[in-house]
Design a protein around this ligand. Structure first.
Ligand SMILES: Nc1nc2c(ncn2[C@@H]2O[C@H](COP(=O)(O)OP(=O)(O)OP(=O)(O)O)[C@@H](O)[C@H]2O)c(=O)[nH]1
Ligand SMILES: [Mg+2]
Length: 466
């Protein structure tokens, strides 16, 4: 079963010149190909699995040397794909790698498609689909947070999180099926209450918890969008520059300096974030360009994972700023930031008047001197990732991606319907149907029963050679 199918080959390392480049081969012809394309430098050496041998990659027709290489065969099933794998570690030049790949293809391998090695790993049971997606995330990870989440996911955290839910659904299903098979043995009300309780605790609650981790997970994977907003001249652009450590945007004492939306990527303790500077929000302005700027700023608020409402500590909070807080899109996390704390405050109690329950006093900073910025960074991480204790990025690791989130939502909806059917005393067939549906949605996350089209879509995002 494992050795069925053809043999695939690809350059597994990135193009461009590099120290090492690897040509990877997987499938039943791997060992034959090794014997024909590789000439060990110590002749007559018998080559074992999982051992590297130094030698020459040669053109199978002419016998001419293509490169000096290290060759390793990993025999099935102890390999990434669970098939026989051959890796030729060459010098990392594009021409070398193309020549070696060409030789391998000449000997019967087929050029691999996107993600085909990993796809075989899934089909052969080496990893589940969530782990395969984690491989893709690992390869693409740019920040420490993305790497940490993907690594956790690769270790099978998703399957572990789903196990309890699956067994709860299966147990309830077994009861429902027993009731179908033996209708004369009435399920007592008490029994049903117990089933419903267990279903709520072990399936519904867990599904909801998983869904809740989605937001954190998305932020860890994709980065957070942090929008600097506030009335003109409070120092949004100055703070933007202070975060970046360079004078990226124009700063001036004239209100209405910024009119466009400007964004830059930063890293906050391993978390990738997009910081967005916006035009000052002045609803009363009749300057047409400023008006356009205000409209753009409002749109940015809608897209934000976190809004930093910048206030001027030297003037205290103004009525229009209270209105700005009130007009933030509902549910958008936000922090009040008092800038310009280096200037003596006119209204001493100004800072205390802000009615923000999370941060009653706002966070005092100075874009000019840099004071308070590290505290601000910490508070940002608290809001985006939970408190200090919870900030271990591995905790949210089984966080689902969008595909997985949708499957979990479908599973939750079906489970809710099953619970309602049980509670209302509907025929057990109905609950059984919904429970089976919930299970099948969960199965798509790990890849059992996922149809080819979905697999094609997932693996098309991979590079060739992975
Ligand atoms: N003393 C002091 N001045 C600051 C501080 N931050 C900004 N300023 C000054 O405040 C003025 C406005 O700063 P900007 O960063 O342009 O303000 P903004 O909020 O981007 O303004 P708009 O783009 O017009 O909405 C400039 O003269 C800055 O030098 C600070 O922390 N302390
Ligand atoms: Mg500005």
């Amino acid at each position: 079963m494992l050795q069925e199918g053809d043999t695939i080959a690809a350059i597994a390392t990135s193009c461009g010149p590099g120290g090492i480049g690897i040509v990877r081969v997987s499938g039943p012809l791997s060992i034959t190909i090794r014997n024909l394309v590789f000439r060990p430098s110590l002749a007559a050496e018998s080559m074992e699995s999982h051992r590297m041998y130094l030698g020459w990659a040669v053109d199978p027709d002419s016998g001419s040397v293509l490169d000096e290489v290290l060759a390793v065969v990993m025999k099935a099933p102890r390999s990434y794909t669970r098939e026989d794998i051959l890796e030729l570690h060459c010098h990392g030049g594009p021409a070398v790698l193309r020549a070696v790949l060409k030789a391998v293809v000449q000997l019967g391998a087929r050029p691999a498609g996107h993600g085909e090695f990993t796809r075989r790993a899934v089909l052969n049971g080496r990893m589940d689909l969530a782990q395969a997606e984690a491989v893709l995330d690992l390869v693409r990870a740019e920040s420490e947070a993305e790497r940490a989440v993907a690594a956790k996911q690769l270790s099978g955290a998703c399957a572990t999180a789903l196990e309890r839910i699956r067994s709860s659904l299966l147990l309830t299903l077994a009861h429902a099926e027993a009731a179908i098979d033996f209708p004369e043995e009435d399920i007592e009300t008490l029994h049903i209450d117990g089933l419903v309780l267990a279903l709520e605790r072990d399936a519904l609650q867990q599904l909801d918890d998983l869904l809740e981790t989605y937001r954190n997970g998305r932020i860890l994977r994709e980065g957070a969008r942090i929008v600097l907003a506030g009335r003109p001249n409070v120092g949004k652009s100055s703070l933007f520059n202070a975060f970046l450590g360079i004078g990226r945007v124009l700063v001036s004492p004239i209100p209405g300096t910024t009119r466009d939306v400007i964004e830059e990527t930063i890293e906050l303790s391993g978390l990738r974030a997009v910081l967005v500077d916006t035009a000052g929000i002045d609803e009363k302005t009749d300057h047409p360009l400023e008006r356009l700027g205000v409209e753009l700023s409002r749109k940015e608020l809608e897209k934000a994972d976190l809004v930093l409402v910048i206030l001027d500590a030297s003037t205290g909070i103004l009525p229009e700023e209270k209105a700005l807080f009130a007009s933030l899109p509902p549910g958008t996390p936000h922090l009040a930031v008092f800038n310009k704390t280096d200037i003596p405050q006119k209204t001493k109690d100004g800072a205390a008047t802000i009615e923000d329950k999370d941060d009653p006093d706002g966070i005092p900073v100075s874009a000019l001197t840099g004071a308070g910025l590290s505290m601000l960074r910490n508070r940002i991480l608290d809001v985006l990732l939970g408190g200090e204790g919870k900030r271990d990025m591995s905790i949210s690791a089984y966080v689902p991606n969008l595909r997985q989130k949708q499957a979990i939502e479908e599973a939750r909806d079906a489970t809710l319907r099953a619970r309602d059917a049980l509670q209302s005393g509907a025929p057990p067939e109905i609950a059984a149907l919904d429970l089976r549906e919930a299970l099948s949605h969960l199965d798509t996350i790990l890849g059992t029963g996922t149809d080819d089209e979905v697999l094609d879509q997932i693996f098309s995002r991979f590079c060739i050679g992975k």
